[in-house]
Design a protein around this ligand. Structure first.
Ligand code: UDP
Ligand code: MG
Length: 318
């Protein structure tokens, strides 16, 4: 299953290389499922063209760009079969790994994920920030989070069905993979720089993803707010007593403006910060409480989806 957003530059090549790899594996039937995530280029036309050449190709065409996380759950809803491999369209996930993934699956592993050995072509700052993020997330949440593991993985039917039950609309899929559990196996690979086209991630989006990851998996920041609030209140109380007693004993003194203003600014800053954190969580509640379908489908293999389900395809729900 391949989520695609503006991938006209590399999609044909992806199909070519991947079908070469799976041609070597004769004991399974393979199908391609492309999810067109509202691409504004010729991605959809290429998908149609591939389907004409090869009946194993299917595509789900979403009504607009919903983002990769949603495109993936849409794909999962439409996946047939006993197991599926999620891949990026830019050949950063090498198809050569497929036979190894399948061999682990045959040994009974249900979620075989590919772990990056190196992060070729990434800046020092990106590596450092990613490391820091993983460490913080791990400290704060109860489920063990997989490090340096992306969405490139093989999932068996049980995992897929489990993931399809998680219908939150602000999705942090990497965390969801960890959350479902099941028999996990990590294999190592070298992630290549993008083959064609350009990445849709920038630091702003990555930072949002990081906030997404933390707020969807733990309420530790809210806890922290309560703790800091307690500590500040107690210190303030102690300081107040000290001031009152000192004033009673020695009389009041007017100076003290610098300390006063620092305290006010500090407390104000902390209050705003925690108000922001509360706002993050409130925003999530707001978004989830609308109960909208996760995505809308324009057509599947060229056939219009007139009736939208709640984002679930019921035939494969058994
Ligand atoms: N993608 C998507 N919807 C989006 C953005 C990206 O379906 O809104 C797809 C994209 O086509 C690619 C995969 O998600 O197949 C990963 O995207 P990208 O290569 O830009 O991310 P990176 O590899 O840099 O993490
Ligand atoms: Mg990529």
């Amino acid at each position: 299953m391949v989520p695609c957003y503006n991938e006209e530059a590399g999609l044909r090549e992806f199909y070519r290389q991947t079908s070469q790899v799976i041609a070597q594996i004769t004991n399974y039937d393979f199908q391609f499922l492309f999810v067109n995530d509202g691409s504004r280029d010729h991605t959809l036309a290429i998908m149609r063209e591939l389907r004409e050449q090869d009946p194993r190709v299917s595509y789900v065409n979403l009504s607009r760009n919903f983002g990769k996380e949603i495109a993936m759950i849409a794909g999962m809803d439409y996946l047939p079969g006993d197991a599926a491999i999620i891949m990026d369209a830019d050949l950063q996930d090498p198809p050569e790994l497929i036979p190894e993934m399948i061999s682990w699956w045959e040994k009974g592993y249900q979620d075989v994920s590919a772990k990056r050995r190196s992060r070729a072509g990434e800046t020092f700052f990106k590596k450092w920030s990613s490391h820091a993020f993983y460490t913080i997330l791990q400290k704060m949440s109860e489920v063990p989070m997989q490090r340096d593991v992306g969405d490139f993985r093989l999932l068996d039917r049980q995992c897929l069905n489990a993931l399809r039950m998680l219908r939150e609309c602000q999705r942090y899929t990497k965390g969801l993979f960890s959350w479902i559990g099941f028999e996990k196996k990590e294999i190592l690979f070298d992630r290549q720089p993008r083959a064609a086209g350009k990445t849709k991630w920038n630091y702003w989006k990555l930072m949002n993803l990081a906030i997404e990851g933390i707020t969807s998996f733990t309420i530790a920041p809210l806890r922290a707010a309560s703790f800091v609030g307690c500590i500040l209140s107690f210190s303030a109380l102690a300081y107040m007593l000290y001031i009152v007693i000192r004033t009673l004993l020695y009389g009041g003194d007017v100076p003290g403006y610098p300390s006063l203003i620092t305290f006010i600014l500090f407390i104000g800053g902390v209050q705003l910060l925690f108000l922001g954190i509360i706002g993050e969580y409130l925003g999530r509640v707001f978004n989830e409480s609308k109960f909208r379908p996760l995505y809308l489908v324009q057509d599947v293999n060229g056939k219009r989806e007139i009736v939208q389900t709640m984002g679930k395809r019921d035939e494969i729900d058994q």
